[in-house]
Write a protein that binds this ligand. Structure first.
Ligand SMILES: [Zn+2]
Length: 614
């Protein structure tokens, strides 16, 4: 209440006191404290310090957009709901709240919005008795309504006029770039009085939401340092400057001091070691839920973009301001371990959903020429740490390129070495070299197993028969992004298919061969990522004497950044710099697919087209 009093006093300077009640009604935060009950009881602004400024801004703005980019499972969706209820009473209008899908918005209605309305007398008494005034996706008052809509449904994006719109998790609308603008077009009848509220996790760098963020006021949550009292934003770590990471950010004990003897993390020791290092005075700010809450009470949003458009007023906070720090560090460690295995999904989730920062894949995968990765060993040297040896074969009209590569995990980190490669004129040569390295060639025989894979996209029928005769399997590259498996997970390769080696030949005998499809794009991306890992030594290496032919072929494909014509946002693509001389690159892509099958690389890629909020 102290804050409210101060707020009113500032507003009331020189005005008659009789206006106090009127002003208090107009302040959405005071309105919530009078009318809203949450699970902990009557709404209390001291429980939601991160919410106060964005809510006031969104309630007040006319002809503009307020954004709230913050971590998940917090106040963003609640802020949108409270804004709708506040407006329903104080200035009812044609309003809508969007989520990505019909399912998501139905769940939102059942779990959140309907119970909240039922629990708010100030709103229920506004709704006339007629049954049609309230449904799962519609609440009608005299002079206004609130619709719940799905951004993915075209008719929901472009039908009748709306004055106030909120769009939940609008970072995920990127499959339909331009949707925010399309939905905003529904407000054209209110040229000066429309308003929009965009609560979201971290956006994709270069996306529609990111363009708005860049133009915006960029108000970032600041707290006062325990030591020097300066206002600082919480940062996970500062960006590298002159090759050095500046001091400041989240700090915790080194690996040795926080691990148990069996290598697992000792949460208690981790918790004791955690502190925040002030980026200004380098003082230590210890963690406890109470301290974090106390710092927030004195916190405020500070505008970072001096030239920001006041009609695009954006607020940003991250999980450090409200989520237990030890749990955050655990999440970060898991994500980093996943990255060491060649998958960026965990890091992406952490950046977007915890730090609420723009996600830019480029920062995590190098796009320039891959540095030499000679491993300090020779062709034909064996590697005792190898867990798997695979032989992959690229098939040409009258010859083959084969590659044998060893894969292993050392201290939980992926390591892979080239063993040997060659050009063969007969399948017998390949068989001999696989026998030499004891690589299983049992075809579909599960007891023996099979780690020899031929590219079956060229001369498929013949490759099938070669596989059948030698106990090998077939890989087929495809344009698809990922393949769904029975366990519901998406992988870069398909479930196994059994194909008849003599199909179409009229021969009476049947012999089945195992065939897998794989995503060419995913395999290329995964190889690029593995080749970029330095920890500090490269995870992916080849023989010192692999030679110029090998080096030229494996670098035939170059990863480049392209721009979308529609909105200028960037995406990755691949170009082949020597299309007739890339056979060993194909062999290395297939090696990554094999490592993925063995569970060493990017094992649990989620389908990123589905929005997962938590
Ligand atoms: Zn300080």
């Amino acid at each position: 209440m102290r804050h409210l009093a101060g707020f009113c006093r500032r507003l009331l300077k020189g005005r008659p006191v009789v206006n106090l009640l009127e002003l208090e009604i107009q302040d959405p935060v005071a309105w919530c404290e009078r009318n809203i009950t949450l699970d902990y009881g009557q709404f209390d602004r001291n429980n939601h310090p991160l919410m106060v400024e964005p809510m006031r801004a969104a309630a007040k703005i006319r002809g503009g957009t307020v954004g709230l980019l913050g971590s998940v499972q917090h106040i963003k969706t609640l802020t949108a709901q409270l804004l709708h209820l506040y407006k329903a009473q104080t200035s009812p209008c044609r309003a809508a709240h969007y989520d990505l899908t019909k399912e998501a918005i139905a769940e939102f209605s059942d779990d959140k919005f309907t119970p909240l309305i039922d629990n708010t007398t100030a709103i229920t008494r506004l709704i006339p008795e007629q049954g049609y005034r309230r449904g799962k996706f519609y609440t009608g008052m005299p002079y206004g309504f609130i619709r719940l809509l799905s951004a993915r449904i075209l008719a929901n994006r472009n039908s009748k006029t709306l004055k106030f719109i909120s769009m939940d998790e609008s970072w995920a609308y990127e499959e339909g770039e331009g949707w925010i603008e399309q939905v905003h077009d529904r407000q054209a009848s209110y040229p000066w009085s429309w308003s929009m509220f965009l609560p979201s996790s971290g956006q994709t760098e270069g996306s529609e939401l990111d363009v708005l963020w860049k133009k915006s006021t960029q108000k970032i949550w600041h707290i006062k340092c325990d030591c020097c009292g300066e206002e600082i934003p919480y940062v996970w770590s500062l960006p590298t400057k002159d090759g050095q990471i500046p001091r400041g950010g989240m700090r915790w004990g080194d690996d040795e001091s926080i691990r148990n003897d069996d290598g697992t993390i000792n949460k208690e020791r981790l918790t004791d070691s955690i502190y925040y290092e002030c980026q200004k005075c380098h003082g230590k700010m210890p963690w406890s839920a109470g301290r974090v809450a106390k710092r927030n009470i004195d916190g405020r949003y500070v505008q970072q973009n001096k030239d920001g458009d006041p009609k695009i007023d954006f607020y940003n906070y991250n999980a450090i301001a409200h989520f237990p720090w030890p749990d955050l560090v655990m999440l970060w460690k898991d994500a980093s371990a996943e990255r060491q295995r060649g998958s960026l999904t965990g890091i992406e989730n952490f950046i977007r959903k915890r730090l609420a920062e723009p996600w830019d894949e480029k920062k995590y995968v190098s796009t320039d020429k891959v540095p030499e990765a000679c491993g300090g060993y020779k062709r034909g040297d064996s590697w005792p740490d190898a867990k798997f040896l695979f032989c992959t074969v690229d098939v040409q009209q009258d010859h083959y390129y084969w590659r044998i590569r060893a894969w292993g995990m050392i201290d939980g980190k992926l390591q892979t070495r080239g063993i040997d490669w060659g050009k063969a004129l007969s399948t017998g040569e390949i068989k001999d070299v696989c026998d030499k390295w004891n690589i299983p060639q049992g075809g579909l025989d599960r007891e023996v197993g099979c780690r020899v894979f031929l590219d079956g996209n060229y001369n498929t029928a013949q490759v099938r028969r070669i596989c059948a005769e030698n106990g090998w399997m077939m890989l087929r590259g495809d344009e698809k992004k990922q393949f769904r498996h029975k366990d519901g997970l998406y992988r870069m390769y398909s479930p196994i298919q059994y194909v008849d080696a003599w199909e179409g030949t009229g021969a009476g005998n049947q012999l089945f061969v195992g065939q897998f499809w794989f995503s060419k794009l995913e395999a290329k991306n995964a190889l690029a990522l593995i080749r970029s890992i330095r920890d500090p030594e490269p995870a992916w290496t080849y023989e010192d004497d692999a030679g110029p032919v090998y080096e030229k072929q494996i670098n035939a494909w170059a990863r480049i950044v392209r721009q979308r014509k529609t909105d200028g946002s960037e995406f990755y693509d691949w170009i082949n710099r020597s299309p007739h001389d890339d056979h060993l690159a194909d062999c290395e892509f297939m090696q990554v697919v094999c490592a993925s099958m063995a569970g060493l690389v990017g094992v649990t890629n989620q389908d990123n087209t589905d929005k997962s909020k938590y």
